[in-house]
Ligand binder design. Sequence first.
Ligand code: TMP
Length: 209
Amino acid sequence: MNLGYFISFEGIDGAGKSTHIDRFCSLMKSRFPNREVVVTREPGGTELGEQLRSLLLNAPMNIETEALLMFAARREHIAQVIEPALTAGKIVISDRFTDASFAYQGGGRGLSLDKLNDLERWVQGQPDGTLLEPNLTILFDLPGEVAEERRSKARAPDKFEKLDLNFFEKVRQEYLRRAKENPNRFHLVDATQTPETIWDGLERLELRI
Ligand code: TMP
């Protein structure tokens, strides 16, 4: 039984989500002192997942192999980290989850959404027929050009960060399509705002935990 609360952070590379995660974690700890907070990430979050992350972010591979490895890492992450934490009533905050696969492998790479839906059902299907999904997804939305400009000032780019503007615009559009389809789950953040303004908005977020 899921007694916890699952939050994912999403957005195209350069949208600034990672800047806010640690602070958001501290906010959750102070707001819900009787709950443990687990911060994790995808791809990754387990020993095997981190090994897969290193392959996924560096090695060239077929698009379908990429999607399968993302979901393999996710299966391990759910089994080892997410499900046990939620069953124990913890708050789980993940830097990316399945929306990233739909946005990057589906929107960006062009993999069929049917195949992604099949993988999602396989990896996140629950005994009662529902899917394990975040209760809340905070989507940092930003035009591709602004994100590209921000990325150019950051560290050496990985395999995804090297992709062009057209790829990131398609990723962004798929994120926005999913947000529109799931308005109760998604909270959209205008990531063109200053970090302070974004933080003010996150602090005021009402959570039904
Ligand atoms: P990060 O740098 O934000 O941690 O994300 C790692 C990269 O992996 C990022 O470029 C997005 C990409 N990614 C996918 O393509 N599909 C996925 O399912 C996930 C979780 C991440």
